[in-house]
Design a protein around this ligand. Structure first.
Ligand code: ZN
Ligand code: ZN
Length: 404
């Protein structure tokens, strides 16, 4: 039998699930893998699935697709639009949408596995296909690794993955070196001494401490990072106090940091820590601030040799001009944990899902930023074809390039 990929995609799109809640999604994947005739393991890293195709001696190629959706209310108006709701980690009822295209990633992966399994006479080696949950939390890959996925399956000679992006359908975006930024999410708690709002001299005011800290943190990128380098310091959340006449005991800041590599990461983290501690000291804090890391995403670095090989394979399959260098994205991904932890090279590429004519018209009108919805937008609506077929072919071409 052959999977009806368009029906599968519409079904996944209608039924998105939040990170680490991808149970129905995992059930659909399991059903399709069974139909293809592949054995698989469910519940890897909570809601992940792993399947292998063993086909004699040869390289081990890992293919990765992520499976989770986002708390976004879909506004595409498509007849297969999501009306799903979910409960987020804070216990809040939220709308849910496949606004990042992971439903397309799953669909392409299943189509590619069916094709590769049906053409075993044309290649040799082992394919390990990883359906990874919770990419949007930056936690799914590490959950699968903590669950032993790298120990229980053949170690990769290369890790490959792809992400849908607002490029014209038919175009692939990939570059050697840093493809996506590294990221850390930090929580900073500034400890003061609470008291009556009318008697500030008897307190250590964490609100003033927090305000000074936020402003000073903004000098990292403007004054301390080389203007030729990329870095982002965002304080996305600030909380202190309950009432106007009470000086609270503490203030909490949540930071999102982005940089292209580990060296830049070390430099920025050192500056953040120095400023946070110095501002607390400047306020006379008796207890030093607490700085904790909520998540860490490494940079997504494409192996130069493997990327050159893959670009040549893509151009051979899809024609000259089908591959572009999209530059480094300041977004982040957790796919590279599989490569980092195993020591294997990684190639992670982007493929377009926008109707080429619509995209070309927007380029001519100068309205790409306004009119072409990006990932995480409530209007994100990739065209079903040729996006699905190209997603399948990308994976097949890439896997075959690195298999025997
Ligand atoms: Zn996303
Ligand atoms: Zn994504």
């Amino acid at each position: 039998m052959s999977i009806d990929l368009e029906t599968l995609y519409r079904d996944l799109h209608r039924h998105p699930e939040l990170s680490f809640q991808e149970t129905r999604t995992a059930g659909v994947i399991a059903q399709q893998l069974s139909a293809i005739g592949l054995e698989f393991e469910e519940g890897v890293g909570r809601t992940g699935i792993v399947t292998t195709i063993r086909n004699g001696d040869g390289p081990v190629v890992w293919l990765r697709a992520d499976t989770d959706a986002l708390p976004v209310e879909e506004r595409t108006g498509l007849d297969y639009a999501s009306t799903a709701r979910g409960v987020d980690p804070a216990g809040t009822d939220v709308p849910v949408m496949h606004a990042c295209g992971h439903d397309m990633h799953i669909t392409a992966m299943l189509g590619a596995l069916e094709r590769l399994n049906a053409t075993k006479d044309a290649w040799s080696g082992t394919i390990v296909a990883v359906f990874q949950p919770a990419e949007e939390y930056g936690a799914g890959a590490q959950a699968m690794i903590a669950d032993g996925v790298l120990d229980r399956y053949p170690a990769p000679d290369i890790v490959l993955g792809q992400h849908l992006t607002p490029l014209p359908a038919g175009t692939i975006g990939v570059r050697p070196g840093t493809q996506m930024a590294a990221s850390d999410g930090l929580t900073v708690v500034l400890h003061g001494r609470g008291g009556h709002g009318s008697r500030p001299h008897s307190t250590i005011d964490p609100v003033v401490m927090a305000a000074a800290t936020v402003m000073r943190l903004q000098t990292i990128v403007s004054r301390e990072v080389d203007p030729r380098d990329v870095a982002v310091v965002t304080v996305g959340s600030i909380h202190a106090g309950l009432k106007n006449n009470i000086i609270p005991a503490e203030a909490k800041l949540e930071l999102s940091l982005r940089y292209p590599d580990d060296a830049a990461r070390d430099r920025v983290l050192e500056k953040v820590e120095r400023i946070v501690r110095a501002e607390a000291a400047a306020s006379g804090a008796e207890t030093p601030p607490t700085i904790s890391t909520d998540h860490t995403l490494p940079p997504t670095i494409n192996d130069a040799d493997a990327t050159a090989r893959l670009v040549a394979a893509f151009e051979n399959a899809f024609g000259a001009g089908s591959v572009v260098d999209p530059g480094m994205f300041t977004g982040s991904e957790d796919v590279s944990w599989f490569a980092r932890e195993s020591g294997a090279p990684l190639v992670y590429w982007f493929w377009g899902g926008i109707d080429p004519q619509t995209f070309a018209d927007a380029v001519v009108a100068g309205t790409v930023e306004r009119d072409i919805p990006t990932n995480h937008s409530p209007f994100f609506a990739p065209v079903i074809q040729p996006t699905i077929d190209r997603g399948v072919e990308n994976l097949v071409v890439a896997a075959r390039e690195f298999l025997g």
